[in-house]
Design a protein around this ligand. Structure first.
Ligand SMILES: [Ca+2]
Length: 421
């Protein structure tokens, strides 16, 4: 069964590769769209932080710490497409590979969200799964992380396992279950898109999840449960709200990371969202990180954010950095969500000055963290939660220093990605 699943995964990846090469850019001009986690999308233009600094392709240098060798087994589930729907997924994918390079995580597999009609409706430029990005990062790190397509179908109930689905819709679930089954130690799962495949996998094999899933890091939803503040209004929830609700019954620890605490009303709400206590959202000017990265990593981001149509992902990676393109994407503001969660699952806390330390050493300096909660759901999503010190398997993300969170995350991201050369 294992080799059969692998063959199926490879077959699907080949098909997706072919599809990706055929993607055309409907805008034609390479304009980069940023899809908000709550579904509105907008052209990401000039940095909102004022005049952009002059960005040059010359790499700045920052001292790296020496790397370890062990790592927490990890499966990363992402809605990453080429061209992007939400470009932050490219930063997240680079982050999990950088954590693997440091020996903090052992990246065992990637599950691609299926590109649902809702994705195309919300972001018409979105392409198919970014298999080229995975190939680029596998090449740079000397890894062979497998990737598989997720299910094209939403859950019909919170206990749905889609056991009757065709094999092509089971590749992601089968990869998750295979990794759990074969791992000698518990595996963490990060979910930064829809919750479909992790919910299906848990519904298919709950005992396996109970035994082998270290934790699910679920990035979706809102910290507020007040409908008047648009509770549960979140893009990742709307990809499949039933799957999202199902995750709160997972037979394993759940680290819940609401995307926003509250969502402002109005058509341009997206530009007015600020860092809040119970939401992981933050933003940064890409020019604050890109110039520090290695030339291949600069090309990785240029390839994605210019909607590069060439199928030559490897030669693009190895080519000269286009300084004009790097400067152009450097001026864009990137809206971010997942970085703190990915660092946390790798055992690291971010301090208020951006320093990365083991959890236990951060203390009051931690700029964010998790608190134990009791939580219940209803048909809309999360109905109520409260801090519950006795809880051992349900946690909520909390920004502990709202003023310093954004600058600290920018520094932590920069330091993490330096491991990719
Ligand atoms: Ca995402």
């Amino acid at each position: 069964m294992g080799s059969r699943a692998a063959v199926i995964c490879i077959g699907i990846l080949v098909c997706v590769c072919v599809a990706m090469w055929l993607v055309t850019d409907p805008k034609g001009g390479g304009e980069i769209l940023s899809l908000t986690t709550c579904g509105a999308y907008a052209a990401v233009g000039e940095s909102q932080e004022g005049e952009a600094a002059n960005v040059v392709p010359a790499r700045k240098t920052i001292k790296k710490e020496s790397s370890a060798t062990a790592g927490i087994p990890l499966i990363h589930c992402a809605d990453i497409f080429h061209p992007p729907a939400d470009p932050d997924d490219f930063w997240d994918l680079a982050t999990v590979y950088a954590l693997m390079k440091q020996g903090k995580v052992d990246l065992r597999g990637i599950v691609f969200d299926y590109c649902q009609p809702m994705v195309i409706e919300t972001c018409p430029d979105a392409g198919d799964s970014a298999v080229g990005a995975v190939a680029q990062l596998n090449y740079l790190t000397g890894a062979a992380v497998p990737a598989a397509m997720g299910s094209s179908r939403r859950l019909e109930s919170t206990s749905d396992s889609q056991s009757d689905a065709p094999l092509r819709d089971r590749a992601g679930v089968n990869l998750i279950l295979k990794i759990l089954r074969e791992s000698s130690e518990p595996v963490a799962i990060s979910v930064v898109g829809s919750s479909i495949d992790v919910a299906l996998a848990a519904n298919t094999a709950p005992d396996l999840f109970r035994e082998k899933c270290r934790a699910v890091y679920l990035l979706a939803g809102t910290g507020t449960t007040d409908p008047e503040k648009r509770a549960n209004f979140c893009y990742n929830v709307r990809l499949d709200s039933t799957a999202f609700r199902s995750c709160f019954s997972l037979p394993c620890p759940l680290y819940w990371i609401p995307t926003f605490e509250t969502v402002p009303s109005g058509p341009d709400w997206y530009f007015h969202v600020e860092v809040q206590r119970y939401g992981c959202f933050w933003r940064f000017a890409q020019q604050d990180v890109l110039p520090f990265l290695s030339p291949p990593m600069q090309n990785y981001f240029i390839y994605a954010f210019t909607h590069e149509k060439s199928p030559n992902w490897l030669r693009f990676l190895q080519g000269e950095v286009d300084g004009d393109q790097l400067e152009k994407i450097g001026r864009q503001t990137r809206y971010m969500w997942s970085t703190a969660a990915l660092l946390h699952l790798a055992g690291m806390a971010v301090c208020d000055d951006g320093e990365l330390t083991p959890h236990r050493e951060a203390g009051q300096r931690a700029v964010c963290g998790f608190e134990p909660i009791a939580v219940r759901t209803n048909d809309s999503g999360v109905a109520h939660w409260q801090i519950d010190e006795s809880s051992e398997d349900r946690f909520i993300f909390e920004v502990k220093n709202v003023d310093r969170y954004q600058s600290a995350m920018t520094k932590a991201l920069q330091a993490t990605l330096l491991y990719l050369e």
